[in-house]
Design a binder for this molecule. Structure first.
Ligand SMILES: CC(C)(COP(=O)(O)OP(=O)(O)OC[C@H]1O[C@@H](n2cnc3c(N)ncnc32)[C@H](O)[C@@H]1OP(=O)(O)O)[C@@H](O)C(=O)NCCC(=O)NCCS
Length: 155
């Protein structure tokens, strides 16, 4: 990425108007994500906003191509624990970069933003789940593999 692109691809927090800039379509590149009505989006946005800095969703808007589309996103929520002297852990979720702009360090920018936020909020670590395929990406972002993930789906 050249320095002009570097300046254009800035990470910022999700805004309500991002729904009309392809935010949901971007999430559909990650996993099953049905279309979301404006009302449902607003309700969930406001619910998340109540958590303030304990739950952030960040995005990168593509002002490079005049499209103004949202091309990258990721989220972080902060879990408050009793262990580790009432420590806090950051959980990173829902990281995706639009297929047209992958390989331009945007994913790394998103992870760095969320990790910096977790550190600034006093978390002693930040964790996430990923596929084996994405392990090299997260290693480039300074993460290391530890243990395994277990899951039980209810739907
Ligand atoms: C995984 C993903 C977020 C990476 O985003 P990206 O913007 O393409 O990655 P970056 O350009 O920031 O990559 C940073 C570094 O990781 C490397 N990297 C990225 N993906 C990689 C992969 N799958 N295998 C090996 N290396 C990879 C890049 O080459 C780059 O290395 P460099 O700094 O030496 O040049 C993106 O491919 C994506 O959205 N995939 C589909 C959704 C998904 O799987 N999300 C993750 C859910 S856990």
């Amino acid at each position: 990425m050249d320095s002009v692109e570097e300046e254009i691809y800035q990470v910022r927090k999700l805004e309500i108007s991002d729904k009309n800039k392809g935010f949901i379509e971007l999430l559909q590149q990650l996993t099953v994500c049905d279309s979301v009505s404006d009302e449902a989006f607003l309700e969930r946005f406001q619910e998340i906003a109540k958590y303030g800095d304990d739950h952030v969703i960040c995005v990168i808007q593509d002002d490079n191509s005049n499209s103004g589309r949202i091309v990258a996103t990721g989220s972080l929520f902060i879990e408050k624990k009793f262990i580790r002297n009432c420590g806090k852990v950051g959980h990173i979720e829902d990281v995706v970069v639009d297929s047209s702009v992958r390989g331009k360090q945007l994913g790394k920018k998103i992870i760095d933003f969320l990790s910096d936020h977790a550190r600034a909020m006093g978390c002693y670590k930040v964790i996430l789940d990923c596929s084996l395929e994405n392990r090299p990406f997260y290693e480039k972002c300074g993460f290391k593999q530890k243990e395994i993930q277990m899951v039980k789906y209810f739907i």
